[in-house]
Design a binder for this molecule. Structure first.
Ligand code: IP8
Length: 253
């Protein structure tokens, strides 16, 4: 069984403070993973106050590109610092976590990659190393990153886009997005149990708190609707349930 799990940047960092890890949240997330027996597991994490802070400072997003090497390096290096912290936290809980860095493994592949909506298919991702690491018993840990964008320089590929690309190419059995909210909420604040069509996206436009250069809940749902496997969006409290049962919060089909 293959699970692709995204840890939202807002879950593991304090989005209000540049480059600040939410240590208790990261530790409890890692502990939940350490307690579970998820089989083949790929972890992807978002940018939180690391990537988004630097991307915003350089005017780079999933649609705004840069050709400045210093901007690419600043964003990528910040994501590297967060990735190292996530890998270390997972290792402390006994997982064989290792870093896999998308700048060196991914390229946006749409004809007009700066205006197309983010889908897993718009990303060329070298999944052979990820597969090989899984087979060797490792837990590859990827993250949202700046990636080459033909004709434009580099743009941000969000962790969600990576999740979608990985889910498709690894034929994932289970896909989960651990966010700060317990799922996609309706107008009354109740968790919507299931979303199965694009028309739902208009109703779920959430507001991302802090700096987020890759879009909020609507973009997440849109991306997840594009993959074959059902995907769950849930809060940190439901992480163990997701790992046990394969679904939690809102299921996007
Ligand atoms: O937080 C964005 O990833 P996300 C990563 O999953 C960067 O949207 C580099 C801002």
């Amino acid at each position: 069984m293959t699970t692709v799990l995204k840890l939202g940047g807002s879950v593991i960092t304090d989005k209000g403070e540049p480059e600040t890890i939410d240590r208790p949240a990261l530790a409890s997330t890692a502990a939940a993973l350490g307690r579970a027996d998820p089989g083949r597991l790929v972890v992807v994490h978002g940018g939180g106050s690391f990537g988004h802070h630097h991307a915003d400072a350089h005017g780079v997003s999933s649609t705004a590109s840069t050709r400045e090497a210093a901007a690419v390096t600043a964003i990528h290096d910040a994501m590297g610092r967060l990735n190292a912290a996530v890998v270390a936290a997972l290792q402390e809980e006994g997982l064989s976590a290792v870093p896999v860095r998308p700048l060196s493994a991914a390229v946006k592949s749409d004809a007009d990659p700066t205006t197309s909506s983010e889908s897993g298919r718009s990303l060329g991702l070298a999944t052979r190393p990820v597969r090989a690491l899984l087979t060797e018993g490792f837990v590859p840990v990827l993250h949202g990153d700046v990636v080459a964008t033909p004709g434009a320089g580099c743009t941000v590929a969000s962790g969600d886009t990576l999740v979608a690309a990985l889910a498709d190419r690894l034929a994932a059995d289970r896909v989960g997005l651990c966010t700060t909210v317990p799922g996609v909420l309706d107008a009354d604040g109740a968790v919507i149990e299931e979303i199965d069509g694009r028309e739902a996206v208009a109703d779920v436009l959430g507001d991302a708190t802090g700096t987020d250069v890759t879009g909020g809940m609507a973009a997440k749902v849109e991306t997840l609707l594009g993959i074959d496997s059902p995907a769950s969006i849930f809060g940190p409290d439901a992480l163990s349930r997701f790992l046990e049962t394969g679904t939690a919060g809102t299921v996007v089909r």
